[in-house]
Design a protein around this ligand. Structure first.
Ligand SMILES: [Zn+2]
Length: 252
């Protein structure tokens, strides 16, 4: 092979791959756009991704004191706003919790260790708020879209339609890193506030849970709180809850 053709191959191949990749990526985008991906599919992908998370993390056994405490706390809330919820504890030191579009709520041991029962309810109420408000669904959709695009660009295979197990692992990561807009956070806070109020709990638990998280992050005590990196402005949000509680006559 001549030097020139080698040079041409070296120069052209990436361009060619890029062109093919772009076309297929577009196909992937088309497949995974909001119109074709139903809520039921998103819920199913979420359920599978949570299953993978459950395999990767130490789930507290049914007779574990952490499971028993969580079960006691949520006993009245197996269904929230018409959505059946399944709850589990991960026995890891992280201060974190998340909820997904299929109605899975996972609470981490580190969070349970620093929060009161009411504060845990307030945080779970906030996370469930993201699900009810469809924030979780939309975040999952965009994760699926990104993963489909990545997959197609990498494999050059035109057929999508199935999400592989390794991709699901990647999707599981989104659940820990999904960050929502300020408006979505405020609306999830409002959802939790209403949830607490409607069920006769002290709404101030929402404020004190944020304040504990803020303290945790500022205290330099070691564990960087994931929930805070994806949920900024804890102090401002606690103040917003306090202001609302005062207006509602539920706080001084
Ligand atoms: Zn949030």
């Amino acid at each position: 092979m001549s030097r020139l053709s080698l040079l041409l191959i070296a120069f052209c191949s990436p361009m060619l791959l890029f062109a093919q990749g772009a076309g297929l990526a577009q196909a992937a985008m088309d497949y995974f756009n909001s119109a074709t991906l139903t809520d039921a599919q998103v819920a199913e992908y979420s359920r599978q991704a949570v299953q993978q998370m459950d395999q990767k993390n130490p789930v507290a056994a049914p007779n574990d004191p952490y499971t028993q405490r969580l079960n006691r706390i949520v006993s009245r809330h197996r269904t929230v706003s018409g959505l059946p919820i399944n709850y589990k504890v991960y026995k890891v030191p992280d201060v974190n919790a998340f909820a997904t579009a299929d109605g899975s709520v996972r609470v981490f041991k580190g969070l349970m260790d620093i929060m009161s029962d009411n504060e845990l309810l307030a945080i779970m109420g906030h996370e469930i708020g993201h699900v009810i408000n469809h924030d979780s669904r939309d975040a999952m959709k965009s994760a699926l879209r990104r993963s489909a695009v990545r997959n197609v660009a990498a494999s050059q295979s035109g057929l999508i339609g199935k999400v592989s197990r390794s991709q699901l692992g990647g999707l599981a990561d989104y659940m820990l890193g999904a960050s929502f807009s300020r408006r979505q956070e405020s609306e999830a806070d409002d959802y939790s506030y209403d949830f607490m109020k409607r069920n006769g709990y002290n709404v101030m638990a929402l404020a004190t849970s944020f304040e504990k998280l803020a303290k945790q992050s500022g205290g330099g005590g070691g564990s960087v709180t994931q929930i805070l990196s994806t949920h900024p402005d804890s102090k401002a949000r606690a103040q917003r809850v306090r202001d609302r509680a005062r207006r509602d006559g539920l706080a001084r």
